[in-house]
Design a protein around this ligand. Structure first.
Ligand code: DHE
Length: 512
């Protein structure tokens, strides 16, 4: 393989593959791709998998990569992986920039936008986020960020948005400015997915924390300017007792009942409750669960955190009040909730829902040990989803609907559609709506995946992204939650590959 082809393949691997398979290719959501396994599959089979994808959630790359790129990737993953360098306090501090000092920032909100209903939207392939005014449905501003921002999270006050790029670049945006802009930035690692803030009373807006995939560690920063304060490595022993060199930091969530973050370590299957009340003498409670922890959300009471151990086909439940594992629930293949969805089931009481990458079901788990003890931390029902390859479910306390997508299902029509259930009448069965068709975009080769439902502040609209190729026209489809009819389609040439959308109020208060 030529030097150029190897470099190009390494870049593609980092941008498209490392998330699921790991930098060292030891596997997690995706299979282990070390040479011992890949050479067994061989060039032709690997090219086929890369081209067409698989039913297990591996996406097809024929619409993004050329035939030559696919050929080179198949060769590249049969070679020994390179180990990337570390990224410590020296590198972080060198990358850290305070663009507008805290004392030079506005003393009051300088714009007239209803901040609670602003959506921070990831423009995946352009390395930007769009702030969209949810009331007018107009793009307020577009901000240059790291590569393929993964999530946006809010400060406890709702004033600052923190966005983390896959390349580890963390940007802090001030919504009080006349036109919001980045006020501080830092690169916390080479590969990252999660960021959160301190939300407990007395610690509002004090700290930010970000987790990285490479190097495997989390970093605590000053919430006002992102100054790095403490780095904690997550390398160590898995729940099975084996050393792992790359235990990546998956989801992080802030407790409202304690000065604590729940930090989920993917490969070790360890859930860390990190007490940030004294970061010089940091206390971590380490809870054993199951390997391949990924994404998750609170139950409605916000005492229990439910996190998918996706490639273990389990959902772990942490009781953050007692600092213990409350349950480990077996589910169908590869649960993938996003933050999940909470509602009251007519028969089983409060439940939390997840959809699945590997199965066409929506799993409902009982979450009320006080009044529905027999159902607590058990699968109480499995609803049919229109396909496997689902990534996100969503509802809202004011809604009667439960929405689920299936953007990674190999069939176009399914990937472009969503399922919606009436949660008061689940026996009625779902409605399947092709969201991409509602956007009325020109025909292109790429699948127009309908991805990630997000509610507006009032809970009467639900927004879906149409996620197609980088050069394809795209859109956000806003559905009226009550009528399930299209209410608005946001189209703009600047909306390049929109994926995750984060409503300020709902993200600030963990409403889902
Ligand atoms: Fe995500 C959440 C990791 C691919 C869109 N994703 C998360 C979280 C993790 C994660 C750890 C939880 C963060 C938290 O709550 O703190 N995602 C990964 C991967 O490792 C993976 C599988 C592969 C990769 O290379 O990144 C991956 N994710 C994707 C996508 O391809 C998606 C669909 C499009 C995109 O923008 O990249 C995508 N992930 C999202 C979104 C969330 C998310 C929208 C937040 C959901 C929410 O409601 O909070």
């Amino acid at each position: 393989m030529s030097k150029d082809a190897k470099e190009a393949s390494a870049k593609i691997y980092f941008e498209r593959c490392a998330g699921c398979h790991g930098v060292l290719r030891k596997g997690a959501t995706g299979k282990n791709l070390e040479p011992a396994n890949t050479t067994k599959l061989g060039q032709a089979r690997l090219e086929k998998i890369l081209t067409n994808g698989t039913d297990g959630g591996m996406v097809n790359f024929d619409d993004i990569l050329t035939k030559d790129e696919i050929k080179n990737m198949a060769t590249y993953i049969q070679m020994t992986p390179d180990v990337p360098p570390e990224w410590g306090i020296k590198e972080m501090t060198a990358s850290w920039k305070v663009v507008v000092k805290p004392e030079d920032r506005p003393k009051k909100q300088l714009n007239k936008v209803n901040l609670k209903n602003v959506f921070s939207v990831t423009l995946r392939d352009s390395g930007e986020i769009a702030l969209i005014d949810g009331d007018t449905k107009k793009i307020w501003t577009i901000i240059k960020t790291g590569y393929a921002v993964h999530i946006s999270r809010l400060s406890a006050s709702g004033r600052f948005v923190y966005v983390i790029g896959r390349d580890g670049k963390l940007d802090m945006i001030d919504l009080w400015m006349e036109t919001p802009a980045v006020v501080a930035t830092i690169k916390i690692g080479m590969d990252a997915r999660s960021v959160e803030t301190s939300k407990f009373k007395g610690f509002e807006d004090k700290y930010a924390v970000a987790g990285s995939y490479w190097p495997p560690q989390y970093v605590i920063m000053d919430g006002a300017d992102l100054k790095p304060l403490k780095i904690v490595s997550t390398r160590g022993i898995t729940v099975d007792g084996e050393y792992h060199p790359e235990p990546r930091v998956a989801s992080i969530v802030a407790s409202m009942i304690k000065p604590e973050w729940v930090i989920n370590i993917k490969e070790t299957g360890l859930i860390k409750l990190v007490d940030y009340s004294d970061i010089k003498n940091l206390k971590e409670t380490t809870i054993e669960s199951a390997k391949f922890l990924h994404d998750g959300g609170w139950d409605a009471s916000k005492r229990y955190f439910l996190v998918a151990a996706n490639a273990s086909n389990k959902v772990a439940v942490v009781d953050t009040k007692d600092g213990k594992l409350a349950g480990l629930v077996d589910t169908k293949s590869k649960p993938h909730p996003g933050r999940g969805a909470n509602f009251v089931h007519p028969k089983f009481g409060p439940v939390w829902a997840t959809s699945h990458l590997g199965a066409d079901v929506i799993t409902l788990i009982g979450t009320d040990p006080a009044k529905h003890k027999d159902q607590a931390w058990k699968v109480v029902a499995e609803l049919k989803n229109h396909g496997a390859g689902s990534l996100f479910v969503k509802t809202h306390p004011k809604s009667n609907n439960l929405w689920a997508d299936a953007p990674l299902f190999p069939e176009k029509d399914m990937a472009e559609s969503v399922t919606v259930y009436d949660i008061k009448n689940l026996d009625k069965g779902p409605e399947v709506i092709n969201i991409a068709k509602l956007a009325d975009l020109p025909e292109t080769k790429a699948v127009k995946r309908a991805v990630q439902a997000e509610y507006n502040e009032k809970g009467d609209e639900v927004w879906f992204s149409i996620w197609a190729g980088k050069t394809d026209p795209s859109a956000i489809v806003v559905m009226d939650d009550k009528t399930r009819k299209v209410k608005a389609v946001i189209k703009d040439p600047k909306l390049i590959t929109p994926t995750g959308k984060f409503n300020v109020y709902n993200t600030q208060h963990d409403i889902y």
